[in-house]
Design a protein around this ligand. Sequence first.
Ligand code: TNX
Length: 548
Amino acid sequence: MKRTRESTRSPHSRLPAALALATTVTLACGTVASAAPQTSVPHPEEHGADKHTSALSDVIPAPTSVEPDRGAKFRIKWHTGIHAPRGNAEANRVARYLQQRLRPSTGYGLLINRGTPGRGDIVLSLDGSEQRLGEAGYRMNVDKKRLSIRATSSEGLFNGVQTLRQLLPAKAESDSPRHGPWKVPAGEIVDKPRFEHRSAMLDVARHFFEVDQVKRYIDQIAQYKINYLHLHLTDDQGWRIQIDGWPRLTSHGGSTEVGGGDGGYYTKREYAEIVDYAAENNVTIVPEIDMPGHTNAALSSYAELNCDGKAPPLYTGIEVGFSSLCVDKKVTYRFVDDVIRQVAAMTPGQYLHIGGDEAHSTTDEDYRKFMSEVLPMVEKHGKTPLGWHEYAQAEPSKSAMVQYWGTTRSNSEVAEAADRGNDILLSPANKAYVDQKYNPDTELGLDWAGPTAVRQAYDWNPGDFLESVPDSAIAGVEAPLFSETVTNSDEIEFMAFPRMPAIAELGWSSPEELDWSSFRRRLAGQAASWQEQGIDFYRSEQVPWPGN
Ligand code: TNX
């Protein structure tokens, strides 16, 4: 069910009254970069002039290998076709995706051709010759006659297409017709990811975001080859997913948010729409139902879930650690099993996140007892458990993944979990949390782990970050965006850009490619594309933005 909200496009949103009282957050977002005007009339200086000077290596995340060729560039023209392998539905889906992306700006038909590739075509092929690049890797060859992307799976083709988008002039991202030329520099890119798990997280509980706002963020993360979106669906301030048999979770528990706004929730159909849209963008949704703490919205909806049988009021502040499901009651496990079963059934991805963080109102003994009941439920319903690192103390089975969110470089429970065989997902809060302020004056954001400048978000190596946790135990990285202070898409973008692309590069690029001076230059090269897309990014003074 959708609830009406204010326009999502205003950077100067009306901020919730309760936030005005909080001392840890600041009030209005006045420093958002303005978006380029969207216009259907080409700028006069574009006529004829080739203003595109980008090089083959101007890509984020940095590819594994780039060999520029001095030969003539490839050029998309009115007759360019997109060649896709006959009989492979997934590869044809990627071809259609590319066509849809480039039609509005180029104004060309970019017809899909399944016969013999023509001269000047973009050729997508799945020929099995790139096995060593894995499922996600691809090889791109560009010369005057042809642009080809080869991969072992449609996932690799999709990733190659994201690279192609960045190599085209930024105006290719426009949603209205622009003048070319649409040139791509010649040469070869061979590319594959360092880690399988490259994730972003959006907290839709503290402030609710509509389906279209989530889709917009999926578009943005997919450009940087992020392949998981973790949705923080429940917390003290709101329950955001329909669960049959427990209607008050959403009708009551979903009815507000931080600051006392209207809140909202996703029906099962809306959640399916997000899951499907994510899949089209090579993104797998990881739903999080946070427990046993961070559960005030559920406790307020059903009195029987409380040990004293009394439902607390709804909560719209930003404190943490005060709520807990009642560990000794049978109904708790009937409730949790119902929720996990239904969320598992509507989620095609492998992982189901059960939170487990900051359970400060649950004793250690109760916490372990709770997790020992709940972890097997996740597996019974066919999913692999994922949880914040506190749940490592409950010794989940070794298939479970542990998400580290601390700010230090050593944690014995996480090291022991890695030793037992658990994969570790890294989102150290002082590096990867894009909800932290950039500097003490940033008007949005929290600062408990920050402030976190762009360079700080980028300058670390996931492979050697945690003491006694070897590179081989690292599944990947995540950039979480908790939404205590973030209320609309402009604010999401202001916090995520440019730090989300920084974390994306750490997840994809090999350690030898990680280089701040190269990264900041490549970030600056993205600004024009962000402006075309109306992305309100933070103009960090650490980055040599054009025009600065
Ligand atoms: C810590 S990260 C939390 C969240 C807050 C976040 C704000 C984690 C596992 N718990 O409850 O929203 O800090 O940065």
